[in-house]
Structure formats: C-alpha cells, structure tokens
Design a protein around this ligand. Structure first.
Ligand code: IPE
Ligand code: IPE
Ligand code: MG
Length: 258
C-alpha cells in the first residue's frame, strides 16, 4: 500500500473515479410545490437519468446511487409500493439504453425482502450488462451498510468454521472482499442533496476516506451542473489518507483492498 500511495502522490490531479450519491429530498421538493410525494419521486427518477448520463460523459467509472434504504420500510405502505413501482419502471424503461451506452449495472443490498418480479428484474439487469465496461452504475436498493457488514462477518465466520480461512488471517481485505461492493474501489466523493448532513447507513465501511459534498438543493433539482460543481469542490480538497502530504489521486482501495 505504501508503494501505491507514493505512485498516487506523483499522479496528476484526479477526477473522482467513484461517486456515491444519496438522492434525498424528493418528498420535500414535492411538498414545497403542493404536489404528492410520488411526484417528487417521479422527478427524482428523471434526475437519476440525467446524472447517469452526465457521470458517463464526465468520465466517472463508478456511480453508486442510494435508492432505497433498509430503513425506508418504515414509510407508509403506499409510498413503499410507489417506490417499488418506480424501480420496476426504471429498469424496464432504461435498461436497454444503459446497456446500449455500455453501462454495467450492479445492485447492492438485500434481495430477500423483495418480491420475485423485482428480484428477477434486478438479476436481468445485472446479467444483461455484466460485460459492459464504460461505467458501472451501482444501485443501492434495500441497502443498509450495517446489514452488509454483518453479513460479511457472518460469511467470514462460516468460512472459518469450514476451514476455508484461518481466523488469525482475517483482515480488512478479507472482510472487504465479502461486502456487496467486492471488487469496486472505495468511493472518492459522496454527494448528498437536501441539506441533510448524514450517511443514513450508506457505505459506512467504504466511505472511510471519502470526501463529502452536501448540497442544499433537493434531488429532483440535481443536474449536470450540480454534479460538475461537486466534482470541482472535490478537486479543491486535500486528501491525505492519514499521511502528511496531500495525495492528488485516491489511494487505490486503501480500506477494502478490493
Ligand atoms: C429520497 O427522498 C428518496 C428516498 C429516500 C426513497 P425522500 O423521500 O427521503 O424525500 P424527503 O427527505 O422526505 O424530502
Ligand atoms: C436516505 O434518505 C436513503 C435514500 C436516499 C434512499 P432518507 O430520507 O431515508 O434518510 P433519513 O431518514 O433522512 O436519514
Ligand atoms: Mg429523505
């Protein structure tokens, strides 16, 4: 890792390779306009479409979007059903275009509580696009980082019990490799809209050295220029990864080793 950090330090100023987005504020956007929350979520899907397109054009390699958290089940049944409907429609309407643009789709989060039609749509999206290389869109759906970390710990325990791994050799790499995000570099930049300044159980492990940009606008208002602004803000940050000198490019997989 030391060697990689030195290499990174001499690299030219880097654009974020992986951006995570907490798409928040759909409900408040709608309420401020006297509209139902569903309309905010619909406009949120349009913002997502714009963002995926813009991220691809701006050379982002990985875009992770927080679409539904493991805590969002606490919402009224009608809203949950609306959100499930929007996910289905998004995949049905947009999968062909994403595939045509060379976007690989990955889904993180627990599939167990989802209906079988959603489970098969998610599988179809992943399988159809699995060889695409232009950009990876990671949809965090029914995702909660604590659940993800606990599941990785359970897999480690099972592997130890079965003799596949020596407990003394369990480290950050072996845990990182059992997260839903295995093989994905840690996010460099996490953007949250709506003015809230918290992670709400998003990528807790992976965000160890992420830069955060919190925007006052609501998610339906997010567009290419907001994304560019966040990337510019990121470029002004000095990342040190615990060292003394600023590191101009992200330390490769500093925490997960994936
Ligand atoms: C984000 O907008 C979408 C989801 C969490 C599914 P919200 O629905 O949380 O909107 P606010 O935060 O209530 O305004
Ligand atoms: C986080 O937003 C989850 C998503 C954006 C999908 P929430 O609106 O659920 O977060 P809290 O409840 O305000 O922390
Ligand atoms: Mg919210």
């Amino acid at each position: 890792m030391r060697k990689q950090t030195e290499d990174a330090a001499s690299a030219p100023s880097a654009a974020p390779r992986h951006i995570g987005v907490i798409m928040d504020g759909n409900g408040r956007w709608a309420a401020a306009r006297g509209l139902p929350r569903l309309e905010g979520h619909r406009r949120g899907v349009e913002a997502l479409r714009r963002t995926v397109r813009a991220a691809g054009e701006l050379g982002v390699s990985y875009l992770t979007v927080y679409s539904f958290s493991s805590e969002n089940w606490r919402r009224p049944a009608q809203e949950i059903s609306d959100l499930m409907g929007l996910l289905k429609r998004f995949i049905r309407n947009d999968l062909a275009e994403l595939h045509g643009n060379g976007v690989r789709v990955r889904i993180i989060g627990s599939r167990d509580d989802l209906t079988t039609d959603i489970q098969s749509l998610l599988k179809e999206a992943e399988e159809l696009t699995c060889n695409n290389t232009n950009m990876t869109l990671i949809v965090a759906f029914n995702y909660g980082a604590r659940h993800e970390i606990a599941a990785a710990a359970r897999r480690l325990a099972e592997d130890a019990l079965a003799g596949r791994i020596d407990p003394a050799r369990i480290d950050e790499q072996s845990l990182g490799a059992r997260l839903d995000t295995a093989g994905v570099p840690d996010p460099d930049l996490i953007i949250r809209t709506s003015g809230e300044q918290r992670l709400s159980n998003f990528l807790l492990w992976q965000a160890a050295y992420a830069e955060f940009v919190f925007l006052p606008i609501h998610w339906p208002e997010f567009d290419r220029s907001a994304l560019e602004g966040a990337i510019e803000e990121f470029a002004r940050r000095q990342r040190r990864f615990g060292g003394v000198a600023p590191v101009s490019a992200p330390a490769p997989n500093a925490m997960t080793g994936s």
